[in-house]
Design a binder for this molecule. Sequence first.
Ligand code: XMP
Length: 535
Amino acid sequence: MTAGSAGAAVTVPRAPTPPPAAPADVDTVLVLDFGSQYSQLIARRIREARVYCELVPGTISAEEIRRRQPRGLIFSGGPASVYEEGAPRPDPGVYDLGLPILGICYGMQLLAHDLGGRVRPAARREYGQAILTVDDAQGVFQGLPSALPVWMSHGDVIEAPPPGYRTIAHSLNSPIAAMAGPQGRIGIQFHPEVGHTPLGREILGNFLGPVCGCRGTWEPANFIERVVAEVRDKVGEARIICALSGGVDSAVTAALVHRAVGEQLTCVFVDNGLLRRGEADRVVDVLTRNMHLDIRRYPAEDRFLEALEGVTDPEQKRRIIGREFIDVFETETQRLGDVPYLAQGTLYPDVIESTAPDTNHAHKIKTHHNVGGLPADLRFQLVEPLRYLFKDEVRQVGLALGLPADIVHRQPFPGPGLAIRIIGAVTPARLETVRAADWIVIDEIKRSGLYHKVWQSFAILTPISSVGVMGDGRTYANVVAVRIVTSDDGMTADWARVPYDVLADISRRIVNEVPGVNRVVYDISSKPPSTIEWE
Ligand code: XMP
């Protein structure tokens, strides 16, 4: 592999977040992040309202905000107390910009504190659903009922609003649950971004439209021409490669880059033998035929299986699969000659996570990002055309680029593939068993019209054997578990209440059609406390 003419190894640091990607006819709102676990969700809700939005550090300078020309600002919640030493604060110049501001929870307390009101600890922490009584149905509450269920999670309350502000809603435990002041500045003590506030979208929509004057013209497809021009600019006449995984993100990345630089793009598909039945062929075939991509396919099943032999620890499986992938990728891309650029399907949530304050770093339960990901010191310059998009927006871009719906709307599939759905050691025979069971689960879920309604549906091969009876004979064979979950983003999930008839069909077919299986169980655990995958 080479990097430029000298061929020396160059570690490319992650680029700082560049300026906003919104085209001129699209309005922007900035979310100032003060460390809330919901900040990303606020940004998503705003995008859903078709307003372009970026999440920026709460300490962003007023000058930088002015440069980005937003129509309004949102101050997120956060775990701190405004009167604590070292509590995160906005640049005071932010208040001189004349922009509407919606302060949510801690964000409201910042508004109150910074503009001359008073905040104090609540007699007791308020957590959970509360009924909000709207005293003045203006601003964010226009057109809404006078009593609304809302989600509260706060330890401080507003004792007195700043001069010029009035109380516009209250709840049992928060006498000032919402306040409004001049220049479209509004504070709300509850969280409109979470599902537990059923009219939260309308409340945010009222801020974006009537208060900020945003037009709601953002569409992910707006983004295509701009990104294509950026990629073309950056890559020039050089060559670029893209690693395909079989998933949506890498397929859309490749399609975008291909639109930008055509034959300068070479795609690399490392077939690790851990994909679903027929998946590798289907992906390569569609992307070659429909999208005219130049794909180099490297069959590496034997190598991956050999490396995984006897390995039972889930994290070790992930490490091995990650390492083998990088080995094959490096060896094979070296043969491609001088290729300075690498396209990666990094999404906005990854960008946010890598730049978020420490308070946002969740405890690592599984090392997801080590698998299928490439180390930072590869000798390539990165091109990340999806770095401003959320997953659902990537799907819209994929459709607009002409990718087939069944590729774009497929359920997520983990990088380590079926290896983490075989509990215990991975062998060719066990792979075949889980693959056959998985095929049936997907087939039945599609037949029942549930495929797009659930987040994921799959089979797990457990390490348990159980006694059964088939015909007149005793069997002692494998137990397969079926996992079907609903979720918005994979962070939390619930087991899907699939009709018994569908479960019955899945079970009957698995036992009849998959050799060596005599029992099927359905996983009725939510996440948390379980996770979606078993390993
Ligand atoms: P968990 O099991 O952590 O899964 O609840 C959440 C989502 O992440 C997927 N997942 C992975 N994806 N590499 C990936 O690329 C991994 O190692 C990995 N482990 C889990 C899982 O399928 C679900 O969508």
